[in-house]
Design a protein around this ligand. Structure first.
Ligand code: EPU
Length: 433
């Protein structure tokens, strides 16, 4: 049985839609609880499969986890045991690389299977993470599909410069250094809002981290952390995805539970395309009357335009006037969605890390396959604005990072449903709500 999304497109969207907590902030914070050895109450945890995999993984390591409400998780890592991470679950997630920093910080060593995650067709190295651990005195090794790091004499603060402002490496060095002796300095650190959220969470537990959100982060080691209650920030990429959906279909939607500052680069590009975006206290109002203007997009680290919004904006360029372009500046290959959009009538030429997109009058529904999370989000937007019926396969990728996407989009007037298909009989069974 596999899940499909079926969309009847070309319908403008109206109303209000709410954004969930940010997956890429919740992931490091969940792994950070390993350092706490106490009870943490985490609110605004999104209901997405990457998070349920993480909760399963932590629970198999001995964490006591209870859900007190749909989005609230109580997690007690007092009795977690070192070296017990289940390989199969680790291999499903990129975020499981955070086990390295967290276990190193708590136990002085870690050995995990090579983490998985979305495959962009290129490599997703961890060399900067390991460089960071070595700066704290750990020895590292990558052999036989496993990664290990060990600090025989304990971790001691050090300085590390990252050649690339890597989100994952910044998270991992913060995790490893919070309980280390002395001060750690990360230079050219990632500045993403989820780094700030992780630092705020750890500081609420008693850590001493300064500079998160800038490119120099200093971590003064403390001897122990205590539990706290913490609310995860809203997901700027989920917000941006719904903003792009409204831009594509036309209509008027208030996207709620947003920190407008976090979506500024997205708002700016939408405005250049002729979409009206009004920032409110904790929401943005998006009004769109197609046609859209073409633009050139370059993805960069925060506060630049996010790579995780690139495929969704490629759809907007497909239906904009004239010719637009995208330069992917973070990942070496993130264009696997282009072939799928071509099946819907798009004209996209990909050359290395660049795409040239020639706007067409309309996209037409087709059967397409999501190849990763944001590619899947792009296909949903394409289906919403295309004429006719779109069937999306590979829905499991979309479920990794979008909480209740079908229900939320239906709430603003989209005709979208999920169906289980029995592969053998190809009979379709509607999903129970
Ligand atoms: N890089 C290295 N060496 C390293 C680490 C990274 O060369 O040791 C390179 C990567 O190859 C890439 C660049 O540095 O070219 C940036 O990678 P980064 O480490 O920042 O990415 P990540 O931590 O693996 C997170 C998000 C991604 C998002 C990127 C960039 C999580 C779990 N994942 O990945 O999110 O695209 O940052 O913002 O936080 C998604 O949510 O769909 C997603 C893929």
């Amino acid at each position: 049985m596999s899940m499909r999304m079926i969309i009847q497109g070309a319908k403008p969207l109206y109303g209000e839609i709410s954004v969930s907590g940010m997956k890429n902030a919740a992931l490091p914070i969940l792994f950070a609880t390993i350092l706490v050895k106490d009870v943490c109450v985490l609110d605004n945890i999104p209901n997405v499969s990457d998070i349920s995999t993480t909760l399963d993984l932590l629970s198999q390591m001995g964490a006591k986890i209870t859900r007190s409400a749909r989005n609230t998780v109580l997690i007690d890592t007092t009795h977690i045991e070192e070296g017990t991470s289940p390989d199969e679950l680790v291999r499903r997630l990129r975020g499981s690389s955070y086990l390295l920093g967290a276990e190193l910080g708590r136990f002085g060593r870690s050995r995990i299977a090579w983490p998985g995650g979305c495959d962009f067709g290129g490599t997703r190295p961890l060399d900067l993470h390991l460089k960071g651990f070595r700066a704290l005195g750990a020895k590292t090794d990558t052999e036989g599909g496993f990664i290990s790091a060990e600090a025989e004499n304990g971790l001691v603060g050090g300085s590390v410069y990252f050649d690339i402002a890597s989100v994952g490496a910044t998270v991992n060095v913060i995790l490893a250094s919070v309980l280390a002796e002395g001060t750690t300095v990360i230079d050219n650190a990632a500045r993403e809002p989820h780094i700030v959220d992780l630092a705020n969470f750890l500081n609420a537990c008693g850590a001493d981290i300064v500079g998160a959100g800038t490119s120099v982060i200093k971590i003064h080691g403390v001897t122990a952390l205590k539990g706290c209650s913490y609310t995860i920030i809203p997901d700027m990429i989920e917000a941006g995805t719904y903003m792009a959906a409204v831009a594509a279909t036309g209509g008027c939607v208030r996207v709620r539970s947003v920190i407008p500052k976090h979506v500024e680069s997205i708002t700016t590009k939408l405005c250049e395309m002729g979409v009206q975006v009004t920032e409110e206290d904790d929401s943005v109002l998006v009004q769109s009357n197609r046609p859209l203007n073409n633009v050139n997009i370059q993805t960069l680290c925060y506060p630049g335009f996010p790579t995780d919004m690139h495929p969704q904006f490629a759809v907007l360029l497909c239906i904009a006037n004239g010719i637009g372009s995208i330069h992917e500046g973070v990942w070496s290959n993130r264009f696997r969605y282009a072939e799928e959009l071509t099946k819907m009538g798009a004209k996209i030429m990909v050359d290395s890390q660049n795409a040239t997109v020639v706007g067409v009058e309309k996209l037409t529904g087709a059967t397409v396959e999501a190849t990763d999370l944001r590619a899947g989000a792009a296909l949903v937007i394409a289906g919403l604005c295309a004429e006719g019926t779109t069937e999306i396969r590979g829905v499991r990728y979309i479920q990794r990072g979008y909480d209740s996407i079908v229900e939320k989009l239906r709430g603003i007037g989209a005709e979208i449903e999920e169906k289980y298909i029995d592969e053998e009989t190809t009979e379709s069974i509607p999903k129970a709500n």
